[in-house]
Design a protein around this ligand. Structure first.
Ligand code: PLP
Length: 432
């Protein structure tokens, strides 16, 4: 750095000046003064040691602070349920409900009588009302927890009969067979990868059978020389049938004809259905259990149920999702391509007016997140040079698109319509 007239180490920014910086002050509000002051002291020390210049102190303070946790991002990937982006975004009603539930609530109290009440009774009532075919319902932490509870309570030390074609990996290395075996149940695999018949099941079922498990292959399709046994046929085997439908569709959606729904699966004869709350249902992470009253009761009373129970925030958000208006997930699934095209063109024109060239191109969106594999949704995207991808991903808020053949596509199907201006602003900021 040479012999400057004033040694930069002497110009260490003062603590009160740094704490008055808006970004640093915001950090004080969320992290507390002591922690931020310690970071300020460390950064000042680094200036004195000549490791950074006085101009770099503010950024050094900010980068020394702990990350604030998950950040809100805009999903322009065209993947409706993106696992890495937290699957289903909650509806405004669900967000309001969980904010209201964040304080003290009557989650286990009857305000009428002043007595203890069944935890989450309103949520359970809403779920039961949404699926009248279920005699009883229960909610746990997620879909995997629902399966673990069923396996533990109904088949620990006994056998779960399951087709080899349905021993799936959910994602991120989690495999259903391992999950089930961890409960102490033994897996009795029947059939082959591509074909399993009712006879295969019938030969395996016996006094040691806890239940027959039917798993919806929610993230892949097998085509060609295949056969599988439907829930209706399995229900004639004389043992309980547990169906893991995966996505949490409560009733059939004509847009997704191959996706099983809870009501239809129960009507077909399943004794217990398990599903996720944050896939096609469009709610918070949760595991739904619906079915025969005696089976659900056994699950509910099992000691493990206490370890898998959901918190009041989940109960609140799930109730609001079940009661509420169309979820963002459903809105994205059923978005009209003509409207999406219109939004893309308006964004293109707004960017064009600022001298930035973008194109409007057809796109193909998917359900993602372990639901409706193979279903393609016609969509529209704004096409930008690929170099925008990293800057937008690191924008404020981050905007996630997908790179296709050297272009960055921002598919608007999963972007809320009221966020188009935000997309425009972020693109303009990173383009300059
Ligand atoms: C997603 C999925 C699960 C796991 O549910 P989580 O809510 O992610 O725990 C289990 N089975 C099937 C078929 C699924 O699609």
């Amino acid at each position: 750095m040479g012999e400057a007239a004033v040694d930069p180490r002497r110009r260490v920014p003062r603590t009160d000046v740094l704490l008055a910086d808006p970004a640093v002050a915001a950090a004080v509000a969320t992290l507390g003064r002591a922690r931020v002051k310690a970071a300020v002291a460390r950064a000042q020390q680094r200036v004195r040691h000549g490791e950074i210049t006085p101009d770099e102190v503010r950024d050094a303070v900010l980068s020394d602070l702990p990350a604030p946790g998950p950040r809100a991002v805009l999903n322009a990937t065209g993947v409706v349920l993106h696992t890495n982006l937290g699957r289903a975004p909650l509806s405004p009603a669900a967000v309001d409900a969980l904010v209201a539930a964040a304080g003290c609530t009557d989650v286990e109290l009857d305000l009428g009588t002043g007595r203890r009440a069944r935890r989450g009774r309103d949520t359970l009532a809403a779920l039961a009302a949404a699926v009248p075919d279920a005699a009883a319902v229960h909610v746990v932490n997620n879909g995997a927890a629902a399966l673990v509870l069923a396996a533990t309570a109904l088949a620990a030390g006994r056998e779960i009969v399951v087709s080899r074609g349905e021993l799936v990996e959910i994602g991120d290395g989690f495999r259903l067979p391992d999950l089930l075996a961890s409960t102490g149940a033994r897996l009795r695999e029947v059939g082959t990868t591509n074909r399993t018949t009712r006879d295969d099941y019938a030969r395996a079922v016996g006094p040691d059978t806890g239940f027959v498990l039917k798993v919806h292959p929610s993230n892949f399709v097998v085509t060609g020389f295949t056969s599988a046994v439907g829930v209706g046929d399995l229900a004639t085997l004389g043992v309980p049938v547990v169906a893991d439908i995966g996505s949490g569709l409560l009733t059939a959606d004509p847009l997704l004809p191959a996706e099983p729904d809870a009501a239809g699966t129960l009507r077909a004869g399943a004794h217990l259905v398990t599903a996720s709350g944050d896939k096609l249902l469009g709610g918070p992470q949760a595991g739904l259990l619906l079915g025969d009253a005696d089976l659900v009761d056994r699950l509910r009373r099992h000691p493990l149920a206490r370890a898998l129970r959901v918190d009041k925030l989940t109960l609140a958000a799930l109730a609001a999702t079940l009661h509420g208006p169309t979820t963002p997930t459903r809105a994205a699934l059923h978005a009209d391509p003509a409207v999406l095209r219109d939004r893309c063109e308006r964004l293109r024109d707004a960017l064009g007016a600022e001298g930035h060239k973008a194109e409007v191109v057809p796109s193909v969106a998917v359900v993602g997140g372990g639901g409706a594999p193979g279903v393609e949704l016609d969509s529209w995207a704004l096409s930008l040079p690929e170099r925008y991808a990293v800057a937008l991903r690191q924008g404020d808020p981050p905007v996630l698109g997908r790179v296709v053949r050297g272009r960055l596509l921002l598919d608007l199907r999963c972007v809320p319509a009221d966020a188009d201006d935000t997309v425009r602003d972020v693109v303009l900021r990173v383009a300059d």
